[in-house]
Design a protein around this ligand. Structure first.
Ligand SMILES: [Ca+2]
Ligand SMILES: [Ca+2]
Ligand SMILES: [Ca+2]
Length: 429
């Protein structure tokens, strides 16, 4: 019976994909050590061009032969070794708002970080802002500035781990750092993963050639070091995991590898400023696996100005207890025009318009999107966990919702009906 239900879903996906997101082959969840992994047995249909073995199952990327019909794939799903098959969607950084990206400032400083301390003058080059419309960071830092015991994975385009404002904040794999090039010194299945891993290029170097992941990392944890910008956390360990290429796009099959790797490295939080595609069982399985490990999965609500209650946005809309969907507000305390919203499906909002942070090649720049709101929430969760390490992801989500400052301007943007407040989240009042 189960197979039938899955099969129905597959048909639905096939039926809708012609006007939905592009995909590259199919993801097949397959029984471990199945003979089907031998490519010849699949010859009439296609071949597996990538096989990923995770803690939550084995997945192959199936490239179909030209002209393979849906009927042929239908037969394929009836093979006992196949659990399910679904399109391998292309994933992208849908969350940079067009036209709102300022040039990198030459004199970056905390004074420009309105999201932390909005003085009514530092909003952006487009708007002065309104004093107090921020995450209340200074008061939060009076309680804690984080802990190096908190590990946050930035699952994105990589991170510039040599950036002067980030290099002391990276989670170093000591066995690899002190080990031999070309050898998997710690035996975790990944060669030379000193600073993280790159699933886009399948190597141990998660350097960021795009800039987006570095920007997100800086929001979470740029050093408080009298240089450049400050992060939500002064003390944190960031794990750079790259699955989006330097052009900013990637595939679901690499996203699930990234999540699996983050689980294995023992992170507390995953920050996910990306989206695309339709609902996928494989990605949901990956997120549930993180849930079972007690890891909070923070996800951008998306940048289509749409209602996530009526139009799904993934991964933000997976209904799993560890997912926190994040919308964006401006320096005036209003919902950012690009930000998706949802009274049921978007949990909280955070600063996301004209956010100054670190950038590739040791630089700094201002960017806008729910991409930028997401790492604010990841960092605030990091602050909470440095004080209360045993909270569950669901408890954290409820805490953030209940301690947000309710405002009329954000009453319909999210479940919280307001803007997140790091201080109130820490004191739980
Ligand atoms: Ca290794
Ligand atoms: Ca090595
Ligand atoms: Ca700094």
């Amino acid at each position: 019976m189960k197979l039938k239900v899955i099969f129905y879903l597959v048909l639905t996906l096939f039926a809708t994909n012609s006007f939905a997101t592009a995909f590259n082959g199919y993801i097949v969840k397959i029984r471990k050590n199945s003979k089907l992994l031998n490519q010849q047995s699949l010859a009439p249909i296609g071949q597996f061009t990538k096989v990923v073995k995770t803690s939550f199952g084995t997945f192959g990327r199936l490239e179909t032969m030209p002209g393979v019909s849906e009927k042929a794939l239908e037969q394929f799903t009836k093979i006992p070794d196949i659990e399910y098959i679904e399109p391998n969607y292309i994933i992208s950084l849908s969350n940079i708002a067009p036209g709102d990206e300022a040039p990198a400032p030459k004199d970056p400083s905390f004074k420009k970080q309105w999201g932390f301390k909005n003085d009514g003058k530092n909003g952006s080059i487009f708007s002065s802002g309104i004093a107090g419309e921020d995450i209340n960071a200074l008061r939060a830092w009076g309680i804690t500035r984080g802990s190096q015991n908190v590990k946050i994975a930035v699952i994105d385009t990589g991170v510039d781990y040599t950036h002067p404002d980030l290099k002391n904040q990276i989670l170093i794999n000591q066995a690899e750092f002190n080990g031999k090039p070309g050898i998997d010194d710690d035996g975790n299945g990944f060669v030379d993963d000193i600073y993280g891993y790159d699933f886009a290029n399948k190597d141990g170097d998660p350097q960021d050639g795009h800039g987006h992941g570095t920007h997100c990392a800086g929001v979470i944890g740029a050093s408080h070091n009298s240089l450049g910008v400050a992060g939500v956390m002064a003390d944190v360990k960031i794990l750079p995991i790259k699955f989006l290429s330097d052009s900013g796009s990637g595939e679901t099959i690499d996203a699930i590898s990234a999540i699996d790797y983050a689980i294995k490295r023992g992170v507390n939080v995953m920050s996910n400023s990306w989206g695309g595609g339709e609902k996928e069982k494989s990605l949901e399985d990956a997120i549930k696996s993180a849930e079972a490990a007690g890891i909070t999965f923070v996800a951008a609500a998306g940048n289509e100005s749409s209602d996530n209650d009526s139009t799904d946005s993934f991964p933000a809309n997976y209904n799993v207890s560890n997912v926190i969907s994040v919308g964006s507000f401006t320096s005036s305390g209003s919902k950012s025009s690009f930000s998706n919203y949802g009274l049921k499906s978007v949990h909280v909002t955070a600063p996301g318009s004209s956010i100054l942070s670190t950038y590739k090649n040791g630089g700094y720049t201002s960017m806008s999107g729910t991409s930028m709101a997401t790492p604010h929430i990841a960092g605030i969760i990091g602050l909470i966990l440095s004080k209360e390490p045993n909270l569950t992801p669901l408890q954290i989500r409820e805490r953030l919702i209940n301690t947000s400052n309710k405002t009329s301007k954000l009453s319909t943007a999210s479940v919280s009906g307001g803007r997140v407040d790091a201080y109130r989240a820490l004191i739980n009042k």
